[in-house]
Design a protein around this ligand. Structure first.
Ligand SMILES: Nc1ncnc2c1ncn2[C@@H]1O[C@H](COP(=O)(O)OP(=O)(O)OP(=O)(O)O)[C@@H](O)[C@H]1O
Ligand SMILES: Nc1nc2c(c(=O)[nH]1)N[C@H]1C(S)=C(S)[C@@H](COP(=O)(O)O)O[C@H]1N2
Length: 162
């Protein structure tokens, strides 16, 4: 079982002005698929809050995987990739590259997501875009490779086929 946290970055959602559809969509897409959701929270697009949450999830709760959603675009308040960059020790460029490459087959707007992924200690952090459609499309791209990477990261296996 992969211990997973879902962190929704949404100014409107955190103020109760919009129901978070994306966080629960991610949950239902991965639950019962070898992933167990240990944490879910909606927070505003505030750099320091995001950094603190990510550190808590990696260092205290020690989840294997964090999916962030929202705050990857061009608006002034979009700072999720910057917060992620501040806490990771290793950058995993292939995850963002794959999400954008495959998503460009769906919409040219895919290039507007600045999502990144990286590792802090034994936790993988993956940024997903904010809309439910975009988040699930991006998630579907990376799902086939994620369990293998996490097994290697947490040391429970992960033999690469030769
Ligand atoms: N958590 C969410 N749940 C449902 N829909 C969302 C969510 N996040 C984003 N969306 C949808 O995707 C669109 C683009 O997302 P974006 O993050 O740019 O919106 P926003 O209104 O600036 O976000 P917010 O105020 O929530 O930070 C939104 O207008 C909304 O329709
Ligand atoms: N697969 C996919 N990726 C996508 C989209 C989409 O509809 N499908 N929307 C894009 C759009 S319109 C934006 S602005 C960026 C950033 O989204 P965010 O600011 O909500 O994080 O994700 C992009 N990535």
């Amino acid at each position: 079982m992969i211990k997973t946290a879902i962190l929704t970055m949404s100014d409107k959602g955190s103020k109760g002005e919009r129901i978070d559809v994306t966080g629960p969509s991610i949950r239902s897409a991965i639950e019962n698929n070898g992933f167990v959701i240990e944490y879910y929270k909606i927070i505003p697009d505030e750099l320091e809050m995001i950094v603190d949450e990510l550190k808590y999830l990696c260092d205290e709760l020690k989840v294997d995987l964090v999916f962030t959603n929202g705050g990857t675009g061009f608006s002034q308040r979009d700072v999720t990739p910057e917060a992620t960059q501040m806490v990771i020790q290793k950058y995993v460029p292939g995850i963002g590259e794959a999400m954008r490459l495959k998503s460009l087959e769906i919409t040219p707007k895919a290039m507007l997501s600045r999502a990144i992924a990286g590792i802090r200690n034994k936790t993988l952090i993956v940024n997903l875009p904010g809309s439910p459609k975009a988040a699930i499309e991006n998630l579907e791209v990376i799902m086939p490779a994620l369990p293998h990477g996490i097994e290697i990261l947490i040391g429970t296996g992960g033999e690469c086929a030769r």
